[in-house]
Ligand binder design. Structure first.
Ligand code: ADP
Ligand code: ASP
Ligand code: MG
Length: 408
């Protein structure tokens, strides 16, 4: 008998029929004798609908993050209750559980909280009583008892965290594609399903825009050695197993191509180039929970320099005043924000041992007439900042150029 955590994304629970489909799948696994913890996302479109409502009532103001969390967490509450009802109706004993009921504690960073602790006892009691635990994903509770949420796509992280806390045999992520592809199949129809991928590659792909798994869920799976199986709830096809790297994976130079449109570029022009500038600026951004991605500092002239960094678009209005403060009292220089770039990246373990991969990427982009605005690299990835309007062309050019369209 196995202990399995299954997570169903918004599309899988998007309608009454789909919830029924999930209930039947869960019932089959239960009939096979497995213990099941099922994590659900809000019904598809619900989180966006709730966020839009929040924005509408706030008029011109930004809605308060605490209240936004209280608002959006309802989406998962609805889905978990509906699935528990559907299971009970099929004769499968089930219990819906919210974050406070499983004592899923997070920090207080509303809208992007991090999980601190989970008490596995309430879940074990539910399982021991022969019930399926249906947990509302995405939500947590801070030390003060406030409802928090884990960032968009956060139900993946709930699922992996529960799998780690319970020592589950596998964490199955059911979504609307049947696995992890060489690139987003919506952009590139020739994308291929990858049977197996390493945590490192998946982490890069997720960080670089492949939203099939939330980044933190992959970090957590890697840290705790949770085997993640990404698959579809619509068929029984085997999906993609995310696991430790091995020799077969190391041989692949480029495993995937990712496109991240959630990029904004902040440039501080003509700032005084003095020791401590970068430290003060990036400390202030970190204190405001703004994650900075690429950083470029130009050669300075007359003790003044340009400093560019990228953040996600949702962080622009937090980053802008911090960047303006870096200009100092006299406000010499200016802050320019560009919310129209995108980042295209290639990822693969084999890059560690193969030369010329980055050069080939630049050549392929040049051949497609795509200008590169900034570059960043790590051991297993190369990323280029380009115009968003050319993002999908860039993905297709790289996917084809690196021969990813052919079956492996
Ligand atoms: P869910 O609601 O189930 O969490 P998401 O929409 O968050 O689903 O993630 C699944 C989507 O991720 C797919 O529909 C696909 O468009 C997108 N995606 C992006 N990159 C990839 C990739 N490399 N492989 C598979 N899917 C990808
Ligand atoms: N419902 C949340 C979102 O749309 C969490 C999730 O789906 O994982 O981001
Ligand atoms: Mg998701």
């Amino acid at each position: 008998m196995a202990l399995i955590v299954q997570k169903f994304g918004g599309t899988s629970v998007g309608s009454v029929e789909r919830i029924a489909n999930v209930a039947e799948r869960v019932a089959r696994a239960r009939a096979a004798g497995d213990d099941l913890v099922v994590v659900v996302s809000a019904m598809s479109g619900e989180t966006n609908r709730l966020l839009a409502l929040g924005r509408d009532v706030a008029a011109e103001q930004a809605p308060h993050p605490r209240e936004l969390d209280a608002l959006v967490a309802t989406g998962e509450q609805v889905a978990s209750a509906l699935l528990a009802i559907a299971l009970e109706a099929r004769g499968v004993p089930a219990l819906s559980l919210l974050a406070h009921q499983i004592r899923l504690r997070t920090d207080a960073a509303h809208t992007k909280a991090r999980i601190r602790t989970i008490d596995d006892r309430p879940l074990r009691e539910v399982l021991a009583a022969g019930r399926v635990a249906v947990v509302a994903g995405f939500q947590g509770v801070d030390e003060e008892g406030n409802i928090t949420t884990l960032g968009r796509g956060g139900s993946d992280t709930t699922a992996v965290a529960l799998a780690a806390a319970l020592g589950a045999d596998v964490c199955e992520i059911y979504t609307d594609v049947d696995g992890v592809y060489t690139t987003d199949p919506r952009i590139c129809p020739s994308a291929q399903k990858v049977p197996k991928i390493s945590y490192e590659e998946m982490l890069e792909l997720a960080s670089l825009g492949a939203k099939v798994l939330q980044i933190r869920s992959v970090e957590m799976a890697m840290k705790h050695g949770v085997v993640v199986h990404v698959r579809t709830s619509f068929t029984d096809a085997e999906g993609t197993v995310v696991t430790k790297e091995d020799e077969s994976l190391e041989a692949i130079v480029v495993a995937g191509v990712a496109l991240d449109r959630d990029v904004a570029k902040v440039t501080i022009r003509g700032v005084s180039d003095e020791p401590g500038l970068a430290a003060t600026l990036f400390e202030a951004l970190a204190d405001a929970h703004v994650v900075v991605d690429m950083i470029i500092q130009n050669v300075s002239e007359d003790d003044r320099t340009d400093l560019t960094f990228t953040v996600s678009r949702g962080d622009v209005e937090t980053a802008r005043p911090i960047a303006e403060r870096a200009l100092g009292e006299k406000k010499r220089g200016e802050v320019v924000v560009d919310t129209r770039p995108a980042k295209v990246s290639i990822v693969g373990l084999g890059m560690r041992t193969h030369a010329g991969v980055a050069a080939k990427m630049f050549r392929l982009l040049a051949a497609a007439g795509i200008n590169i605005e900034a570059i960043s690299t790590s051991e297993i990835k190369v990323s280029c900042l380009i115009a968003e309007a050319r993002g999908e062309d860039a993905v297709r050019a790289l996917h084809e150029g690196f021969g990813l369209g052919a079956p492996r």
